[in-house]
Write a protein that binds this ligand. Structure first.
Ligand code: COA
Length: 342
C-alpha cells in the first residue's frame, strides 16, 4: 500500500530517528561575568535560573557548531545521507548566502537542498515543521533539522541585561518518513507570529531597513537588544496557547504529558508556563541552568539533555513549545522514540 493510501492514525508522518547536540568547550560562569560587568551570580541565578553558558571560540561560526551537532544526529540515526538540510539560526555565518549549504557540504551532503529558517528562538520548531511538512507531502524521505547559534557574536559585551542570558550551542534531529502511529512521529505544529512586536527582540542594523535609510548604523544598533519584561509576558501566554492547541490536536490533556520542553529562556518563564498549563514542575525539562538561552538551539539541546538523563524514555508523551523574536511562537507534540545516544 502506498503511504498516501494509508488512512486514519497510520497516515504518512515525519518520525524522529536521530538526535545530536554540541556545545563549544569554553564555559563562562556567572562569577566570570561578574568580574567584568556590574552584575552578580545571585542576580543572574534568581532572575533567570542560569548558572553558566558555553561560548564559541573566535573563528568558530554557527556552521561549525551546526556541523558538529548534525554529524552526531546522523550517527544517532545510523545514516550518512539525508534528502534535505534545514538550519534554524538567528546568527548565520554571513547575511548572504544562507548557512545551511555550508553545513550540508561539511557533512558530505553537497547537492542536497539546504536552506535557513529565521524565527529566532522559535526557529527550531519552524524548521521542524518545515522538514516534517516536506516529508508528509512526499517530496523527500529524510531531513536533517538543525538549530545552531553563536549569540556571543551579536551581544554587546557591555550590556549586562543581555550578556548574562544567552549562550552558544547547537542541536539537531534526523526525520524519516514513517507513520503517525509510530513513536517519534511529529504531531501537528501550531505556529504563529505578530510582526507588530518586532522591536521587542531585535538587531536593528545590518539589514535593508537600516541600509535603505541612508544613515550610518549607530554602534548600539549592531547589537542584539530585548525588552525583557514585555518578552516575558508574551512568552508565557503565547507558549501556553500554542501548547494547548498542540495538545488538542494530539487528543491529549495536559495531565497526559510526561514532559513539557519549553524554550529555555528563563526558569521563571518555564515555571509560569507550567502553572498556566497545570503541569507540575517535575515534568518540566530544565537545562538552561547549564547553558543559558541558546535561542534556535534550545529545544534540540534540551531534548538531548533530557534523553541523556533518562527524563525522556521511549513512549514518553512530550510537548515542545517556544517563543521568540518576530514575535514568533509554536508548539508540537510527539511520543518519544527509542534513539541511539551519541
Ligand atoms: N545584573 C544586575 N542587574 C541587572 C542585570 C544584571 N545582569 N540586568 C538588568 N539589571 C537591572 C536592571 O537594570 C534593572 O535596574 P533598575 O530597576 O535600576 O532599572 C533591574 O535589574 C530590574 O530589571 P528588569 O528588567 O525589571 O528585571 P526582570 O526581573 O524583568 O528580569 C530579565 C530581566 C531579562 C531576566 C527577564 O525580563 C527575562 O528573562 N525576560 C525574558 C527574556 C528572554 O529570555 N527572552 C528570550 C527570548 S524568548
Amino acid at each position: 500500500m502506498r503511504p498516501t493510501e494509508r488512512a486514519g492514525t497510520d497516515a504518512r508522518a515525519a518520525v524522529v530517528c536521530g538526535l545530536g547536540a554540541w556545545l563549544p568547550p569554553t564555559v563562562v560562569t556567572n562569577d566570570d561575568l561578574a568580574r567584568r560587568l556590574d552584575t552578580s551570580d545571585e542576580w543572574i541565578r534568581t532572575r533567570t535560573g542560569i548558572r553558566a553558558r558555553h561560548v564559541a571560540s573566535p573563528g568558530m561560526p554557527t556552521s561549525h557548531l551546526a556541523a558538529e551537532a548534525g554529524a552526531r544526529a546522523l550517527e544517532s540515526a545510523g545514516v550518512h545521507d539525508v534528502d534535505m538540510v534545514v538550519l534554524a539560526t538567528t546568527t548565520p555565518d554571513r547575511p548572504c548566502p544562507a548557512t545551511a549549504p555550508v553545513v550540508a557540504t561539511r557533512l558530505g551532503l553537497t547537492g542536497r537542498p539546504a536552506f535557513d529558517v529565521s524565527a529566532v528562538c522559535t526557529g527550531f520548531l519552524y524548521a521542524l515543521a518545515t522538514g516534517a511538512g516536506m516529508i508528509t507531502s512526499g517530496a523527500v524521505e529524510t531531513v536533517l533539522v538543525v538549530g545552531s547559534e553563536v549569540y556571543s557574536t551579536i551581544l554587546d559585551p557591555a550590556d549586562r541585561s543581555s550578556s548574562v542570558i544567552f549562550g552558544d550551542g547547537a542541536g539537531a534531529v534526523v526525520l524519516r518518513a514513517g507513520h503517525r502511529s509510530e513513536d517519534g512521529a511529529v504531531g501537528r505544529s501550531e505556529l504563529g507570529s505578530d510582526g507588530s512586536l518586532a522591536d521587542l527582540i531585535t538587531v536593528r542594523a545590518g539589514g535593508s531597513e537600516q541600509r535603505s535609510s541612508g544613515a550610518p548604523a549607530l554602534p548600539a544598533d549592531r547589537y542584539f537588544s530585548m525588552w525583557g519584561k514585555e518578552v516575558f509576558a508574551h512568552a508565557v501566554t503565547r507558549m501556553a496557547e500554542a501548547t494547548r492547541a498542540a495538545l488538542a490536536g494530539a487528543g491529549w490533556h495536559a495531565a497526559d504529558l510526561d514532559r513539557l520542553i519549553g524554550h529555555q529562556a528563563n526558569v521563571r518563564i518555564l515555571h509560569a508556563l507550567g502553572e498556566y498549563l497545570d503541569i507540575p514542575r517535575e515534568r518540566l525539562v530544565i537545562h538552561l541552568d547549564q547553558i543559558g538561552n541558546t535561542a534556535a538551539a534550545s529545544i534540540p539541546l534540551a531534548l538531548a539533555y533530557a534523553q541523556s538523563t533518562g527524563e525522556l524514555a521511549p513512549g514518553a508523551r512530550v510537548a515542545l513549545t517556544a517563543f521568540g523574536g518576530g514575535a514568533t511562537w509554536g508548539a508540537t507534540t510527539l511520543t518519544w522514540p527509542a534513539l541511539k545516544t551519541v
